[in-house]
Write a protein that binds this ligand. Structure first.
Ligand code: ADP
Length: 622
């Protein structure tokens, strides 16, 4: 606020961080020089600091456009804790409260004001900003402006009218975690950014471990996974509301402190459940993708996708809610080929009726969504490094192995499955000769020689290919069949009941004696992996030990944090992140100066909480 203060001073004094992360400083300086900014940074990279620090240094109030109410509240809470005057304006406030915020804003009471995009169209708000021109306009989740993005919002396209209505052109800073070039171009054009300082951060989050599993029973796998992490918090995403209900109930019945969130619940229940999770009263949040945008909870130790999501953008954004505090975290995707059909169904249904979008645009959006889904499916089925796959998808170079994903820690072997492939193709051919086409499961059953009613009543047991793969496991047959479909050697029709079809490429495969070589997990290494998982689970349940931290002190500090947070009715992580508590355990500060050296401790928080934590640490040590 004062003249000579540097961005570093502000970062230290308010946020308690010793230095900027890569790219943050350049953005802050650009804004301070009056330049526009376009920043593409993954979730957890620290976008908010980039506009909050300059907002504190420039005269007047910054307007921050944000799509979600929960985000605004959370950010304003966190800023208030640091001693930064901030407020939000949205429909969750009564008209009288909104009036009060407007009046205070006109008096110059705030450094930051968070608003929803719709607010920018309201005349009273535009007038306020004409009379008191904001210091800057920051736009969070800026990809909502683009039809290429995964959450296009028509109201975002009108932000430019607001900017044009201001008495002078102020710096406009757009932030997003969606990295594709199309989205970036759309943001630049739709906001008329002028020679923006453009930053595309690496999307790598080294503290996140990526895992994809194809379990027989998703429920059982999930339960084992969550039980092994009972002391931590996590989010489980399901595609449907019904899925949320079932999974949440199942976890609760099995003794886990789970809660739920989806758009079908009342606003009160959603708020209550969200708070239970944010305030650590419940440790597992089972939710649809309606949950999480703008939730800034930093101590989420895992994110499980119970179903495959529609695209990698959504996946990475949702998975990225784990480990924001920089601590180790796991992102697990439970894949089933059935998910692909559910997603196709959602895409078809989603773009059928939408009064806001015209026909040709709808078709374009649906085609793009299908292409996104294809990439998501590749991620779910690849045997290559998962991190590498994600990074390359977002246009980055990546090493072949990251050694921190489930594919890198699995030993694969290349196997020639040409003979099996020929058997599968022949089976589909023989069926078609009889004028029949069947779904994948039926084809597998026939090859395996199953005695189902459908097989007997259709006389499929008289086919020459019936039971010719009786020695192979069904899983193996499915693996070969799916690989043939992925390679385009067999066709899978679209629709609610997709069937496998013999096509020109199938004929060529047989005629030209082509071969099929695949990478498969080694049998033995799978057992090893199971043993490894057991060890990992055991380690995870003895929290603290493996990091060399004093678990007793950490628990005591967590308790204290909880008490302090409850007194003020704010979530624990708003007081201090786990990362700050870990740093206290490591540094064991004795004086207030020491305490200010702890990561995440700014002046106001030191004044507010320093003594309580210093006392607790001193007491613990005697
Ligand atoms: P994003 O909006 O990009 O998802 P946030 O702004 O929520 O990320 O920041 C993620 C976390 O990183 C927050 O807990 C934030 O306080 C922390 N953080 C941001 N900048 C720094 C920094 N320079 N040093 C340490 N921690 C930081």
């Amino acid at each position: 606020m004062e003249h000579q203060t540097t961005p570093q001073d502000v970062l230290k004094r308010y946020f308690g961080y010793p230095g900027f992360r890569a790219n943050q400083e350049g953005i802050v300086n650009a804004i301070l020089q009056g330049r526009d900014v376009l920043a593409v940074m993954p979730t957890g990279a620290g976008k908010s600091v980039c506009y909050q620090v300059p907002a504190l240094m420039m005269p007047g109030m910054a307007v921050v456009v944000s799509p979600l109410i929960s985000l605004m509240k959370d950010q304003v809470n966190a800023l208030s804790q640091m001693g930064v005057p901030a407020a939000y304006l949205n429909s969750s406030l009564s008209p009288a409260q909104q009036g009060a915020v407007m009046a205070r804003a006109a008096e110059g009471a705030y450094k930051l004001l968070y608003v929803a995009p719709e607010r920018l169209l309201m005349e009273s708000f535009v007038q306020l900003c004409r009379d008191h021109c904001p210091s800057m306009v920051a736009i969070d989740e800026a990809h909502c402006i683009s039809q290429w993005g995964q959450d296009f919002r028509p109201s975002y396209t009108q932000i430019i009218d607001f900017i044009d209505a201001l008495p002078r052109r102020v710096p406009v800073a757009a932030f997003t975690a969606t990295a594709t070039a199309e989205v970036r171009d759309d943001i630049r054009i739709c906001l008329s950014l002028e020679r923006p300082h453009t930053v595309v951060s690496t999307f790598d989050r080294p503290n996140l471990r990526f895992e994809v599993r194809r379990p027989k029973s998703r429920k059982a796998t999930l339960l084992v996974f969550c039980r092994a992490r009972k002391e931590s918090c996590g989010i489980v995403y399901c595609t449907s509301r019904k899925g949320v209900e079932e999974v949440c109930e199942y976890l609760q019945d099995n003794g886990l402190a789970a809660t739920r969130y989806h758009a079908g619940l009342s606003a009160e229940e959603r708020q209550r459940n969200q708070d239970d999770f944010l305030y650590d009263r419940k440790t597992v949040m089972v939710a649809t993708n309606a949950f999480g945008m703008g939730i800034n909870k930093s101590n989420v130790a895992y994110v499980v996708h119970y179903n495959m999501p529609l695209d990698l953008e959504s996946y990475y954004q949702e998975a990225g809610r784990a480990g924001r505090d920089g601590e180790e975290a796991v992102c697990l995707l439970l894949y089933s080929p059935r998910d692909v059909h559910t997603c196709e169904f959602l895409i078809n249904a989603g773009y059928q009726e939408n009064a806001q979008i015209d026909g040709p645009t709808r078709k374009l959006l649906a085609d793009r969504a299908r292409e996104h889904l294809r990439q998501m499916t590749f991620y779910s089925t690849t045997t290559d490094c998962l991190r590498g796959f994600i990074l390359r998808y977002f246009g980055e170079k990546a090493p072949l192995n990251c050694n921190n994903c489930s594919n890198c820690s699995t030993e694969f072997e290349v196997r020639d499955v040409t003979v099996d492939a020929q058997k599968v193709i022949s089976c589909v051919y023989r069926l078609q000769e009889r004028g029949r086409t069947m779904g994948k499961t039926a084809v597998i059953d026939i090859l395996h020689g199953a005695k189902t009613q459908a097989i007997e009543s259709n006389g499929f047991d008289t086919l020459s290919t019936y039971g010719i793969m009786a020695d192979a496991s069904k899983k193996h047959i499915r693996f070969v069949l799916e690989r043939l479909i992925e390679e385009g050697v067999l066709e899978l029709t679209e629709g609610d009941y997709p069937v496998v079809r013999f096509c020109a490429a199938s004929g060529e495969f047989l005629r030209n004696k082509q071969s099929l070589r695949v990478r498969m997990p080694k049998e033995q290494s799978r057992q090893e992996r199971a043993a490894e998982r057991k060890r990992a689970a055991a380690a995870a349940s003895e929290q603290g030990d493996e990091t060399g931290l004093d678990a007793g002190l950490f628990a005591r500090l967590k308790e204290l944090r909880w008490e302090l947070a409850s007194e003020q009715n704010v979530p624990s992580y708003v007081v201090f992140s786990n990362h700050s508590l870990h740093d206290m355990c490591r540094k064991r500060p004795k004086t207030m100066e020491d305490f200010l050296e702890v990561s995440g401790v700014g002046q106001v928080k030191a004044d507010r909480y320093g003594q309580a934590f210093l006392d607790a640490i001193a007491k613990y040590e005697v």
